[in-house]
Design a protein around this ligand. Sequence first.
Ligand code: HGY
Ligand code: MN
Ligand code: MN
Length: 416
Amino acid sequence: MAAPGENLRINSDRLWDSIMEMAKIGPGIAGGNNRQTLTDADGEGRHLFKRWCEAAGLEMGVDEMGTMFARREGTEPDLPPVYVGSHLDTQPTGGKYDGVLGVLGGLEIVRSLNELDIKTKHPIVVTNWTNEEGARFAPAMMASGVFAGVLDQADVYEHVDKDGKKFGEELERIGWKGTEKVGERKIHAFFELHIEQGPILEDEGIDIGVVTHGQGLKWLQVTLTGREAHTGSTPMPKRRNAGLGMARVIELVHEIAMDYQPDAVGAVGHMEVYPNSRNIIAGRTVFTIDIRSPEKEVLDAMDGRIREGIDTICEALDIKYQIEQVGHFDPVAFDPGCVKAVRDAAERLGYTHRNIVSGAGHDACWINRVAPTAMVMCPCVDGLSHNEAEEISKEWAAAGADVLFHAVVETAVIVE
Ligand code: HGY
Ligand code: MN
Ligand code: MN
């Protein structure tokens, strides 16, 4: 006799169609998406998600960070719900699946439960966390960070994008600032389905990543100040070249990350040069260093060495520097019970699986601080993400959503 729900499967066509429908909102220039947080496109995507949730009989709540919580009632409404979700905002040159798979995978679970007329003891809440990417407004995982009590809401409301627009004002402008206090919801467990955003699962031909840990991250925003001068008539020894300083720091970050292989990573993805004129030596550069490691000691060691190196580089070039930490979380270990539910589901469903450490940050990394949390990963083509060419197969999406389905309903407890 099969255990309750043993043969549950999501409807993979419906999931895929929903992902493709969402992908039409905030199209990129190369087949992916540019649906950055709190833009009109983000607002449009939120409305579509809300319509779908209401069509599935869910009750929508929105908190003061704009995070969306779509609730399916349980037979015991007073029990804390099982939350399942991710984010709908994308990078400026993002893919169709990063975050979206996790939100719509959660919605697909509800749609399937409705279709099968299955009830669960605990309510289930499908979640869209605001500003996971941190591309338009730093830091990443912003709303989940406020929910977990590690970021201050009033502070992040004042964070500005490159055009000087404030987060709090943009949230009001798109009409998605809710009234619910952030972080008051009680979470029985949280599950997040996400593409791996790396090459391991595809290279090894494995369907499911059972995410045991998430690596730690630091974002250091550096401002170098030299002196603007003529690129033609200024003798080399008299230059205070902030552009050269940035180039040397970028090389330094790479070299230091290479010292801690195979796991540490480091790069500079955000760079601004002022005045950015062909024949003016850069007087000021602003850029963000992104370093990560599964080991806190390594992350701290890289941080320290980079700061020392910046001091040496600036001394030699006679330029000034400021360093501001604009993002940080230590490596996380996900809840063993939830991780087991994911692993058992993959096993039961006959999917190949392996333990994996998440290279990317996710909302689950913060929610893990306030509730038992785990993640399910599926492969992506060439391990590529944060690139409009990001691609997955329908089968990978279905396998991930099936495993998510089982882990969620097992935790929410099916009512016979
Ligand atoms: O930066 C990250 O790891 C995530 O994609 N926001
Ligand atoms: Mn993501
Ligand atoms: Mn991302």
